[in-house]
Design a protein around this ligand. Structure first.
Ligand code: AMP
Ligand code: ZN
Length: 114
C-alpha cells in the first residue's frame, strides 16, 4: 500500500519545515496556511483519524496538546490565543488520512466553524 503523505514527512521522504520533533510526535508548517501561524501537529503512529483512536492512544493525544502548548510558548501566542482544529471523515472534510491537529494563530480567526 502507498505510504501516506504525512508518513512520508515523518520518514523525511518529502521535505517539510519542522517546528518540533520527538520520538512520538512531529509538528511542521502547513503547506497552504490559512492563518499567519498554521502548524500541523501529528503522531508518528499512523492513526487514520479520531474515529480510529484506541485506549492505548490516550496518553499520546494528551501529549499532543502539551506540545501544542509548547508551540504556543514558542510563537508567543498564549496571550492573544489560538485555535486547534481536527477534521474527521467526509463531513468533517478530512483530506489527509493521518490524524493531525491544526494549530492556527496570528490573526483573529472569526466565529465561523462550518
Ligand atoms: P485536512 O483537510 O484536515 O485533512 O488538512 C490537511 C492539511 O494538510 C491541509 O491544510 C494541507 O494544506 C496540508 N498538507 C497537505 N500536504 C502537505 C505537505 N506536503 N506539507 C504540509 N502540509 C500539507
Ligand atoms: Zn500516515
Amino acid at each position: 500500500m502507498e505510504e501516506c503523505i504525512f508518513c512520508k514527512i515523518i520518514n523525511k521522504e518529502i521535505p517539510s519545515t519542522i517546528e518540533y520533533e520527538d520520538d512520538e510526535i512531529i509538528a511542521f508548517k502547513d503547506i497552504a496556511p490559512v492563518a499567519p501561524i498554521h502548524i500541523l501537529v501529528i503522531p508518528k503512529k499512523h492513526i487514520k483519524s479520531l474515529v480510529e483512536l484506541e485506549q492505548e492512544d490516550e496518553a499520546l493525544i494528551g501529549k499532543i496538546y502539551r506540545i501544542i502548548n509548547k508551540l504556543a510558548d514558542k510563537y508567543e501566542i498564549k496571550e492573544k490565543g489560538y485555535r486547534v482544529v481536527v477534521n474527521c471523515g467526509e463531513d468533517g472534510v478530512q483530506e489527509v488520512q493521518h490524524l493531525h491537529f491544526h494549530l492556527l494563530a496570528g490573526k483573529h480567526l472569526g466565529c465561523k466553524i462550518g
